[in-house]
Design a protein around this ligand. Structure first.
Ligand code: FES
Length: 380
């Protein structure tokens, strides 16, 4: 990816809110940096069977990544095409059909609309035109999944050279196995994560390097605990850092998801190249490892009020250009935003929905038996 760096770190001793609700500078950064950039968000091994999905909020856009029956991972806006409610709020799950809880519109693993109660009989309503909005997505040779939120079709190909080199060097491939993952919160600006790779901050981790007497004793009978004190990193700009641990068939990712100018959600994921599961001790070590990285990033941000663009050095001119464009246009511009529901048939069906909603509301207030029976039949 652009701006990819690699460094070797050997410590001496011992990862629906909306960008529209946060300060403008933060919006500009998100709108431009995330809406027109390829973003490494996960790995193919995160999905084991058709219907497996993960969801996340990215730059104010709810994103859904799902494995199709054809075993291709696709990305969609996690937004129902009916009235734009979030389709699934679960961070991960598995289902061959995702149904919207509000009025029952359902989508298959390719994002196609397969069920639209009350709309089926509407003259001119075309299910094929009302599938989930797609997000550009690609899976690279080593299994990393990249998305690009740009709503246009004229997008550049991702630059994967550094990521490829790092993957080859550390045996990372599409055959790697996802072991576990979790989210953590960080009190720092999302761009700070780019600085961690360049400056080596967050590399001091005495707790991960320390071995207790109990661990030493158990290691005589079990496979040795993973040593996380020496690792190599690669920065898949703008939001993901990869960690490889020489001598161990384990690698990990830390992905920064902006929440606000001062808050970041960090997705931490651990993978294996040999398929061996983590022991509880190893998982604890990883939790300490990531916690130490995040604390160091918080300290660094607090000390420097790091608001420059080290992770995306080419973004500042773009953000200024974006700001000027919005000023000229007199409105906020979100390159990844998609609009829906303007066709005549959609409007006709939507009018029917509104009328039924109104009848239901009136009936509820008046205790009207006939309208209540309509509601039961519709099962909305
Ligand atoms: S908002 Fe999803 S079915 Fe109505």
């Amino acid at each position: 990816m652009d701006g990819g760096l690699r460094s070797t770190c050997s410590p001496s001793n011992g990862e629906q809110s909306s960008a529209r609700h946060v300060p403008n500078t933060f919006c500009f950064a998100l709108a431009d940096a995330h809406s027109k950039t390829w973003i490494c968000v996960t790995h193919r091994s995160r999905f084991s069977k058709p219907g497996d999905y993960i969801s996340m909020e990215f730059a104010g856009f709810p994103v859904l990544i799902m494995l199709g029956k054809d075993h291709i991972a696709r990305a969609f806006h996690n937004v129902c095409r009916h009235r734009a409610y979030t389709l699934t709020k679960k961070p991960a799950g598995s289902s061959l059909v995702l149904g919207c809880r509000y009025h029952g519109w359902s989508y298959d693993t390719k994002g196609s609309l397969v069920k639209a109660p009350q709309f089926d009989g509407i003259d001119g309503f075309d299910k094929a035109q009302n599938g989930l909005f797609k997000i550009h997505a690609c899976t690279d040779r080593n299994g990393f999944i990249h998305i690009n939120l740009d709503a246009g079709d004229d997008i550049y190909a991702p630059d994967l050279e550094d990521l490829m080199d790092f993957s080859v060097e550390h045996g990372i491939s599409s055959n790697s196995k996802w072991l576990t993952g979790w989210e953590m919160n960080g009190a720092f600006n999302w761009k700070t994560i780019g600085a961690s790779d360049r400056t080596g901050i967050g590399t001091s981790n005495s707790s991960a390097a320390r071995t207790s007497a109990t661990e030493s004793f158990l290691s005589m009978f079990q496979r040795p605990c993973i040593d996380l004190s020496t690792f190599q990193t690669s920065f898949a700009a703008p939001v993901t850092i990869l960690f490889a641990f020489p001598g161990w068939h384990i690698w990990a990712t830390m992905t920064a998801l902006p929440v606000s100018a001062l808050q970041t959600t960090i997705k931490c994921n651990i993978y294996s190249n040999d398929g061996n599961a983590l022991t509880p001790t190893d998982e604890t070590k990883f939790r300490d490892f990531f916690a130490a990285r995040i604390m160091a990033l918080e300290d660094h941000y607090a000390a420097t009020k790091f608001i420059r663009f080290e992770g995306v050095p080419d973004q500042l001119p773009k953000l200024k250009a974006h700001l000027q464009l919005e000023r000229r246009s007199g409105r906020e511009i979100y390159p990844g935003k998609r609009e829906s529901g303007n066709s005549e048939s959609f409007c006709k069906a939507e009018k029917l929905c509104n009328e039924l909603d109104m009848l239901t509301k009136i009936g509820r207030n008046a205790g009207h038996a006939r309208v209540d029976s309509v509601q039961v039949r519709l099962d909305w």
